[in-house]
Write a protein that binds this ligand. Sequence first.
Ligand SMILES: [Cu+2]
Length: 669
Amino acid sequence: MIHICMLFIIFQGRSFAETILLEEIIVRGEREAPQEECLDIKEVRETPARDVGEAIKVIEGITSVRKGAIANDVVLRGFQRDNLNLLIDGMRIYGACPNRMDPNAFHIDFSEIEIITVLKGPFDVKNPGSLGGLVEIKTMRPEKGWGGTVNAFAGSHENINTSLSTSYGGDKVDALFGYAYRYSLPYKDGDGDRITELYPASSMHRYKDGEEDEKAYSINTYWSKFGFSLFENNRLEIAYARQEADDIIYPYLLMDAVYDDTDRLNVTYEIPDISNRIKNLKAQFYWNQVKHDMTDERRVSSTGFASGYMMRCYAEAKAFGGKLESDITVHRGRLTAGIDYYLRNWDAENTLPIGKQKMMPDVDSRNIGTYLEYDRPLMDDFRLTLGARFDCTKTKAQDDRTALYSLYHGTRDREETNSYVGGNIQVLYTPVKTIELFGGFGCTTRPPAPDERYIALQKPMMTPDWVGNPELDPVQNREFDFGLRYLGNRFYGKTTFFYSDIKDFITVYDLEGPVKSARSFRNVDATLYGGEINLNFFLPFDLHLQGGLSYTWARDDTHDKPLPEIPPLQGRIAARYDVYTYFAEIEGIFADDQHRVDSDLNEEKTPGWGIMNLKFGVKYKKFDIFAGVHNLFDRQYFEHLSYQRDPFRSGIKVPEIGRNFYLNISCSL
Ligand SMILES: [Cu+2]
């Protein structure tokens, strides 16, 4: 009721279009907790983003690691890889590539997605290991009746994306099918060079003649979802998707992917409103697998080998898990209780001229956990949330690579069990209708990843080896967050601040062995702090101004030096004229230079940059048409996370895309 009144007050004296824009922001604001941000897939359609990692960069605090034209990896406030949880409909999914060619966000197509929610900070107890935050991807559900969408995107460098989906929603049964295809040539940077032309002519890692203009990737994705209401209100949902990605180039690395194939199966059963007390009961089971093959066959280094390659790695990742969760009403509040389990397996075999090796020695990680979250209003303007979680993790390398662990770390361990507890307390205070204050303290632990503990790769001659550290301890984040949200008549703004004290953060380091050095991992204590600001002004004449800023400062306290791979100060400013049936937007994105680097890993400073983008949109009947130009002034620039910082560095930084045009047409049937 309060919100309806507020909307009424706000909407007086506004045009229709302004109202819709503001309404969208308010609805979203209500749905989001202050430490949360959402990205609707409709917003992604306006942009030339090629994958989830690129699309969610519009959210303050998110950056990405670029290795090529696609498959960008998500980074939140400097937390990446296993320090973040990224779930697809609650499913844990892992990439197979030991070089992280296929980060977890890669294994889904946009067209499957309805919304992406980013929870910042260690405030998730419902899943194990959300150390720096949680990125939750929710896929589309069939709506009532028949429906369908067709989407066609075309952009510079033969960047193509087409997708179609159709669905039917009845009372007892519903179903959805979809298909998407993506393809692109290697893009050109601001200097007009293709990203396949970055290596010097003397480098054996350069692309072969004729390969520069070959495709940068081609990806087919198929998905389906079926819903059944067996009894009143119950819902059984079965979703299966398959992605076949071929010939993906990674100038960041010394190899390219031949293929990366994913199968995902997710089954959920939900019973709402069982009794006055038990509000919801949900059971979930999921299974997925990724098969990945990479070689250097497109590089000069493979010349003269009968097999067609000098190096190759074949890898598989599998995960299956389940969860049982219930919401119970307790004293005006909601108690959520749950138990979950997963098994993750990772196996990779590497081939070099020196022979075949089990680079990832068939590692099993099993985790069982249980959690409680209690959320209740204390007074009219005060809300309290308490969470607690207990986990037990067991990791085991089934193949024996202990000779290498023993050489570098003096241990022959290949099995470890860790147990830990975590939790959080969050308060939300609404002193007046327009202001919301959020404060929280969270403590979350994650186990060392299979590669951090057990990877084992001997390299020829004096090239550094790559070896896990079986004695790594789990990482613990103790973080304090504070946020303020203001929703005024013509202004919506939000600011968040975090301070994170990390025990046993896992970092890459150059380990001096008896013969030569290796890339390995160690625990260090670390401090990270920073925050985000997001401001929205609704001006007369249907103008909307938007601005955002994010920053993270990070230090390795153990060695008193900056933590590597931390994004610099970054911002965005945009002005949009929007009258619902059409809009025009001008956007500036910029980053400061990053001078806080870890020189022990050869990390280099990155200069600041700024680009400008334009976009336009028209709504006509069932069509949404978007067109734009990204990087209008064709600036040559690099994101700070655009190259590898360790003994394996290829020496190549991957530049961002130069000026590119795009057109996207969506039609809802
Ligand atoms: Cu790979």
